[in-house]
Design a protein around this ligand. Structure first.
Ligand code: ZN
Length: 79
């Protein structure tokens, strides 16, 4: 059985894929589940424009790695 839990890194990657319309059924399911359990990624998802501008670009540069610092920076912005 495939793991239902995915990392935030993976979730960001899937959100990008979803934007491109290339997310598979199971991946979509994993992403939905991750968004249920991970408040931080829910915030990312609400920041649609930010997501398009940043995560997808980050993905190009370092294969979807979103550092803890990046996350903190976003949370700071939202405060
Ligand atoms: Zn997450």
């Amino acid at each position: 059985m495939k793991a239902l839990n995915i990392s935030c890194k993976k979730a960001a990657e899937y959100m990008c894929k979803k934007e491109e319309g290339s997310l598979g059924f199971w991946q979509n399911f994993q992403l939905s589940y991750h968004l249920l359990v991970c408040g931080l990624c829910r915030i990312f998802k609400q920041q649609d424009q930010w997501l398009k501008d940043n995560i997808c670009k980050v993905d190009e540069h370092c294969k979807g790695c979103l550092s803890e610092e990046d996350k903190k920076a976003i949370l700071e912005k939202l405060r």
